[in-house]
Design a protein around this ligand. Structure first.
Ligand code: 5AD
Ligand code: SF4
Length: 475
């Protein structure tokens, strides 16, 4: 709590000198990155800044970066070129935070080619942002605040959320898996789980503020508390609930059961689990907890046992398929979504066909597809059998066509059924049309009215379209 005290001190100092300042935060990564952006917004609003979408009007612009794939770098450097004129014309403070700042070659490039950037900070020093900002304002000097080792989990940070119905809650940070393509373990450090009492309190607070859907976030959610338990067998992890009841929460499965008891929360999602850690107790919790959605995001990455081995994923094609079968047998109506990487070093045509085969067998609701991107410092980057760009793109296009066919096919099962839909708001393009999502995360558009927003309502599905379903609401 010491850090939060220090943060409060600098927040009050900024408030004293800040005159109607405006800020913009540009989020460039995953949902954890979005959750961090909400905390950056929280610190800025506590310091007296208000949000603007107009970069020309902002006094502080923060880029919250990602480094999972190369195109994120191109986007950052492109955008920096664009904001340079604001720096020159208005003296805007330019800040870059997030995972990419843990990469030394990127920070060096920034220093060399983008010297107008005022502050850079990494994911382990985000909580010190008010101090860095204050020092930058009063001393007008460049600040680099990056820690090589991971910091502790910081509780009690201010947060301004983007949405009023759905919220994300980080339950752990870091990753111990070292998949050979992935940079995350190098930039986010080892796994650290939050105390279950802190998570419970945060979700309880969200429920009291009217939030209906919670997404539990972590690089590997089903390793929740695994490292902590290894380090200390006698770890006391009891959570005191609002009604005074005390429950032990020492695993992800038990955390799901705890969150399921919070009144007001109607839906629970989680991303991402690792197939190798998908234990039976987690499957049982999903089956037993009525609020846990019947969609599991289960990253496959590749359907080839050889490629999976080179990726260090620690499961085979058969083990993945058996896991899916086991889950389907235990949980009626369960659906899956996944992540796929094409063009990993050494991937043969046969390996790629194994990926297509798994996709056909599982029949996913949603597939996130990525072309393999070399990341400096990872094991796969040093592999000599890199795949030709043309082959990568050709496979990506074949994967995309199959994925669209599978999704279209899967959409048909909804027509004529009644789905529970959480109504999120009005459509951006048509005033009469409202939009929401099924438990399986399918978008449903329908003619509705304002007082349905934030409610879970039954909708009859009239037709399916590639990216949405059309629903009918009966009063
Ligand atoms: N290249 C392409 N995709 C990647 N991902 C992670 N690292 C890479 C990389 N080097 C994908 C994985 C992961 C998702 C978040 O991003 O599919 O599940
Ligand atoms: Fe990007 Fe990974 Fe960091 Fe998320 S955790 S912001 S995906 S690098």
């Amino acid at each position: 709590m010491k850090i939060i005290k220090m943060q409060d001190t600098y927040i009050s100092k900024i408030k004293q000198i800040n005159k109607n300042g405006k800020y913009a935060v540009l989020t460039m990564g995953c949902q954890l990155n979005e959750n961090d952006s909400e905390k950056i917004s929280g610190m800025l609003e506590e310091s007296g800044y208000t949000k603007t979408d107009d970069l020309a009007k902002a006094n502080v612009i923060v880029f919250n970066t990602c480094c999972v794939r190369e195109n994120a770098e191109d986007r950052l450097f492109g955008k920096l070129g664009e904001v340079k004129k604001y720096k020159e014309n208005n003296g805007t403070i330019i800040v870059i935070g997030g995972c990419m700042m843990q990469e030394k070659h990127i920070v060096n490039k920034l220093k060399q080619s983008y010297p107008f950037v005022d502050i850079v900070f990494g994911p382990h020093t985000m909580q010190d942002f008010p101090k860095d900002l204050y020092n930058s304002i009063v001393e007008n000097k460049k600040i680099e605040d990056i820690l090589d080792i991971e910091g502790n989990i910081i509780e009690g940070m201010p947060i301004v959320r983007d949405d009023s119905i759905k919220a994300s809650v980080a339950i752990m940070n870091g990753c111990n898996n070292f998949c050979t393509y992935c940079i995350v373990p190098y930039v986010r450090g080892r796994e650290r789980s939050r105390n279950p009492q802190d998570i419970y309190n945060e979700v309880l607070d969200l429920a009291k503020n009217g939030y209906k859907e919670i997404t539990l976030l972590g690089q590997n959610v089903n390793s929740y508390l695994v490292s902590e338990r290894k380090q200390n067998e006698n770890l006391n992890l009891t959570v005191k609930k609002e009604n005074g009841e005390e429950v032990e929460v020492n695993s992800f499965a038990k955390l799901l059961r705890l969150i399921n008891t919070i009144d007001g929360i109607e839906r629970i999602r989680f991303i991402s689990p690792h197939p190798k850690d998908f234990t039976d107790d987690v499957i049982d919790s999903i089956r037993d907890c009525d609020k846990v959605c019947n969609l599991i995001h289960l990253p496959l990455q590749s359907g080839s046992t050889n490629v999976l081995k080179a990726m260090n994923r620690k499961y085979t094609k058969e083990q993945y398929l058996n896991l899916v079968e086991k889950i389907k047998a235990k949980i009626p109506n369960i659906q899956f979504s996944t992540d796929i990487i094409v063009g990993f070093p050494g991937e043969t045509e046969e390996d790629f066909e194994d990926t297509l085969d798994v996709i056909k067998k599982v029949g996913y609701e949603q597939i996130f597809m990525f072309i393999y991107s070399r990341r400096v410092g990872t094991v796969a980057d040093k592999m000599e059998n890199q795949i030709d760009e043309k082959v990568k793109h050709e496979r990506f296009n074949r994967l995309k066509s199959l994925a669209e066919k599978i999704i279209e096919e899967g959409n048909k099962k909804y027509v004529g059924t009644v789905q529970k839909v959480l109504v999120e708001g009005k459509s951006k393009t048509n005033d009469k049309i409202y939009t929401g999502r099924t438990e399986t995360n399918k978008v449903v558009n329908f003619e509705g009215k304002d007082d349905l927003v934030g409610k879970v309502i039954p909708l009859k599905i009239a037709s399916e379209h590639m990216w949405y379903l059309k629903g009918e609401y009966e009063n």
